[in-house]
Design a protein around this ligand. Structure first.
Ligand code: NAD
Ligand code: DAU
Length: 332
């Protein structure tokens, strides 16, 4: 049995990862999370006391990070400022957490010689034209568009430098857009689900031609576990499940699944610098590590996600009015 330190374990993907590790392995989990607006302790209830510990703290606190890394066997680094729209309003926390916080973790894993896995995003590659036959691969050059994606790109470069210069035992994964339970309601899919529950028309940025490559959060996390088991140190793996859909199609599907007319949505102001299309070629992960996703049907994955938000209103309701007030100030 070993100890996995999960940074950002009270967030969307991190909390689902913690549950999966506790269910699928004998490992213990130690979570380090600052509980920013995006961290929700309610995402970590009902976990076994003897194998789960939560520490509230900042990944930029080097003394705390050093102490926790010393106790762990493996570090899986999810903690980040994660929302593009927020990075356009105020980039500073993205620079601090995503760059300095990753640096603090790298210094600690270097000192204590611990295995490190860095969770990153496909947004580091910029965007693709709608008709581009190429998809992102591990060899695609970096071209981030927003302060968020630029800070994640910088954190990836830090990890590679620590591997090459200091021999840190690290891997990186860059995943496409996740959906599923416990995603903050500022994000596209849960924002629209909770709007429809509230009888409010969903909000589509611009014309909604932008394409995202959707993957269920459990498929993302099964890929991360596979990389921890069999990934080669120093390597990067792209994670995606061939789930490209444009935003207009996703809104129409959500409306239909929730019993509303498919055209009952509003067009709102577009996101400045809005990336047009993301698409992942996950051949390396599939062929070298034998990973396969389990959620092959997007509509049923969305239907289960809708059910989760309907059944867990107490989880999201306290945040709804503040999220919508923030969007209203920018006509979104
Ligand atoms: P999230 O915003 O839901 O959760 C982030 C968590 O990190 C929160 O619990 C927050 O409290 C914590 N955190 C933030 N700053 C911190 C700090 N300084 N110290 C300690 N904890 C801090 O994010 P998410 O959507 O779960 O994303 C997790 C990771 O996955 C991020 O690194 C993100 O870049 C990456 N990623 C996300 C997606 C996606 O679709 N959501 C896709 C690919 C990659
Ligand atoms: O690709 C991976 C990335 O996916 C992650 O790195 C990010 O952490 C994650 O937030 C996500 O980024 P996006 O910017 O793609 O996700 P978001 O949910 O904010 O938006 C998805 C798409 O929907 C995007 O094209 C913008 C659009 N959108 C978003 C909102 C909130 C709308 O049309 N209306 C909305 O209300």
């Amino acid at each position: 049995m070993s100890i996995v330190l999960v940074t950002g374990g009270a967030g969307f993907i991190g909390s689902n990862f913690v549950r999966r590790v506790l269910e699928a392995t004998d490992d213990s989990v130690l979570v380090l999370d600052k509980l920013t607006y995006a961290g929700n302790p309610a995402s970590l209830t009902g976990l076994p006391d003897d194998r789960f510990e939560f520490v509230r703290g900042d990944i930029c606190d080097r003394e705390l990070v050093d102490r926790l890394v010393a106790r762990a066997d493996t570090v899986v680094h999810f903690a980040a400022e994660s929302h593009n729209d927020n990075s356009l309003r105020d980039p500073e926390p993205f620079i601090t957490t995503n760059l300095y916080g990753t640096f603090a973790l790298l210094e600690a894993v270097r000192k204590h010689d611990k295995r490190f896995h860095h969770i990153s995003t496909d947004e580091v590659y910029g965007d693709l034209e709608l008709d581009d036959p190429e998809r992102f691969r591990e060899t695609t050059s970096y071209q981030p568009s927003s302060p968020y994606s630029a800070s994640k790109a910088g954190s990836d470069h830090l990890v590679r430098a620590w591997v090459r210069s200091f021999g840190v035992r690290a891997t990186i994964s860059n995943c496409s857009n996740n959906y599923g339970p416990r995603q903050h309601i500022e994000k596209f899919i849960p924002r629209q689900i909770t709007n429809i529950i509230d009888g409010v028309r969903p909000k589509l940025y611009g014309q909604g031609r932008n394409v995202r490559d959707w993957i269920h959060v459990d498929d993302h996390n099964s890929a991360v576990l596979r990389i921890l088991e069999a990934g080669e140190i120093g390597q990067t793996y792209l994670i995606g499940a061939d789930g490209e859909h444009d935003n207009k199609t996703v809104i129409e599907l959500l409306l239909r699944l929730m019993g509303q007319p498919a055209d009952a949505y509003d067009h709102v102001n577009d996101r400045p610098g809005h990336d047009l299309r993301y698409a992942i070629d996950a051949t390396k992960l599939r062929t070298e590590l034998g990973w396969v996703p389990t959620y092959s049907d997007f509509a049923s994955g969305l239907a289960a996600t809708i059910d989760w938000y309907r059944a867990n209103e107490a989880w999201w309701r306290p945040h709804k009015s503040a999220v919508e007030a923030k969007y209203a100030t920018q006509g979104q």
